[in-house]
Design a protein around this ligand. Structure first.
Ligand SMILES: [Zn+2]
Length: 337
């Protein structure tokens, strides 16, 4: 290892777990930064913001403890991917009740105080998109539209490797775009008719239960997305309808957004992208139905980095913001000697 290696402690804070690792930025800047072994703890989300912060501190401490001596001397700081909308100052501006009392948490300040290291905090979907657009499926793309489809639906737009954060840090809320098929379905944001309640993982389950109730089909009380995808493949009418509607509706939204953003690539990530061929076909059909001719030829692909995406993205956000790379990086390495 040469002294031009440097490391960023990356942390990913979600509703169920806090994960962290050391990300290795080697001397070759064209090489993907490598996440080291990952430390995981339960998030304790329902115990509130302070409990989650304690977990975050514990994860960072453990990552620092595991670092070798040469690594420890070359840690540039902490990059954090956090659930919720993150303000310019690295505090949580707004959040769902996934983590109790999360809004208002001065995350960046608390981490800097505790560890005496510079820190950068961005939203989890933004971190995910930054990871994919720099080092994953979007590495050869210039304008990337990303949709993260899991329990909810998030998204981001990256231009030239930079995120469109927006004026309040909320840029990219793809789940909160209206689509006709959603009718008056209530969204997690309190509005009606957004795509999230019919196309997210939890939305697919809720829709399936409703469709089955209407047709009289019985289903297991703990039915999950995987069951519904399997039933759709087996030819069950209700499951097929719900998966088709979910894929098609999200496709229509992405096609409409492509008309605005003019991306050269659309990346889909999150658990719902494993819903199978019917979902992907419906997604592409919806996209083609809505995208104008030029945008219609843009490829829709699956993300490549999986769970590493938010960690690599959070580290990348730190490097982009603090300027640990290139000229500034050599100055930084000099200063550390
Ligand atoms: Zn909404």
């Amino acid at each position: 290892m040469t002294q031009s290696h440097f490391y960023v402690v990356a942390v990913d804070i979600g509703g169920t777990k806090v994960a962290g690792c050391l990300v290795d930025f080697g001397p070759d800047e064209s090489r993907r930064p490598e996440p080291g072994s990952i430390v995981r703890q339960p998030a304790d989300a329902q115990q509130g913001s302070n409990a989650v912060l304690r977990r975050v501190f514990a994860v960072i401490s453990e990552v620092l403890r595991q670092a070798g001596s040469e690594q420890s001397q070359n840690i540039a700081g902490v990059g954090v991917s956090a659930a919720g909308v993150v303000g310019e100052d690295g505090s949580i501006v707004s959040a769902t009740d996934l983590i109790r009392d999360w809004a208002g948490t001065k995350l960046r300040e608390r981490i800097m105080e505790r560890f005496g290291l510079p820190a950068v905090v961005i939203g989890d979907v933004h971190a995910h998109a930054l990871g994919e657009s720099h080092w994953g499926a979007g590495r050869v793309s210039n304008v990337t539209l990303l949709a993260a489809v899991g329990t909810g639906i998030g998204g981001a737009v990256c231009v030239g490797g930079r995120l469109l954060r927006g004026s309040h840090g909320m840029g990219g809320h793809i789940g909160h775009v209206s689509v006709a098929a959603a009718g008056t379905a209530e969204c997690s944001c309190g509005r009606r008719g957004h795509v999230e309640p019919i196309a997210s993982g939890s939305g697919i389950i809720a829709e399936y239960e409703q469709v089955c109730a209407a047709s009289g089909r019985s289903y297991a009380p703990d039915v999950d997305g995987r069951d519904i995808s399997r039933k759709a493949v087996e030819g069950e009418k209700e499951a097929g309808l719900v998966i088709r509607t979910a894929g098609m509706s999200l496709g229509i939204v992405l096609g409409s957004l492509a008309n605005v953003v003019d991306p050269d690539l659309v990346i889909l990530s999150g658990s719902v992208t494993a819903a199978g061929d019917l979902w992907w076909k419906s997604l592409r059909d919806g996209y083609m139905q809505s995208a104008m001719d030029i945008a219609a030829s843009v490829p829709l692909v699956r993300g490549e980095l999986g769970d590493d995406a938010p960690l690599i993205g959070a580290a990348e956000a730190f490097v982009d913001t603090v300027g640990a790379r290139g000229e500034k990086r050599s100055v930084w390495v000099e200063q550390k000697r």
